[in-house]
Design a protein around this ligand. Structure first.
Ligand code: GLN
Length: 198
């Protein structure tokens, strides 16, 4: 059974731990480099990307995170987590940095004021059956992706789910819906990445 961490600096950590366990992974909170070293994959939760960025520096996690993502550890970011996985943010707050890993440009809070939070059915490539219930909370969208990134879903013409190699990102929050199919997709990515017998 794959062991999957949830970066527990800020955000909806608990909901991801529950969703991962429901998708047949062993899930643990990760705060320190030693804990990061022990997981087969990592979820970066929703929350506030500027805060996560600052806390990652404070906890000495930014470089270890970048190193593991660079080395191919499977990683899944939702909302603020998507922002953390973007190689570039269109409108960063001062001092805001990302881990990177996906060649994409992300716009924070993109869906705008009048529509800060909403739900919509989203068809996600690689998730069988009915569309996923997309919960968008002050969500980013992806302005553009590079050649290696694959668009998995759009909403009203805007990119809201992307995969590049072992990195997956969604603008929305499957951890809040009780539908664990997107987490299942990620757990399968982690399984596929593990060396047999480990
Ligand atoms: N707007 C937040 C940010 O920029 C993300 C919101 C979320 O994760 N629900 O970090």
């Amino acid at each position: 059974t794959p062991v999957i961490g949830v970066l527990a600096l800020q955000g909806d950590v608990r909901e991801h731990l529950i969703a991962l366990a429901a998708a047949d992974a062993v899930a643990r909170a990760v705060r320190r480099p030693e804990e990061l070293a022990e997981v087969d994959g990592l979820v970066i939760p929703g929350g506030e990307s500027t805060t996560i960025s600052k806390l990652a520096h404070l906890f000495g996690m930014m470089e270890p995170l970048r190193a593991r993502v660079r080395d191919g550890m499977p990683v899944y970011g939702t909302c603020a987590g998507m922002i953390m996985l973007a190689d570039k943010i269109l409108d960063p707050r001062s001092g805001q940095e990302t881990i990177g890993g996906i060649d994409m440009i992300v716009r924070r809070n993109a869906f705008g004021r009048q529509n800060e939070s909403f739900e919509a059915a989203v068809d996600v490539e690689g998730v069988d059956g009915d569309p996923v219930e997309g919960v968008f909370i002050r969500a980013p969208w992806v302005e553009s992706v590079g050649a290696e990134a694959e668009v998995l879903a759009t909403h009203e013409g805007h990119i809201v789910a992307v995969r590049q190699g072992n990195a997956l990102a969604t603008s929305f929050h499957p951890e809040l819906t009780g539908d664990h199919r997107v987490h299942g997709l990620f757990v399968d990515m982690v399984r596929a990445n593990r060396t047999p017998g480990s």
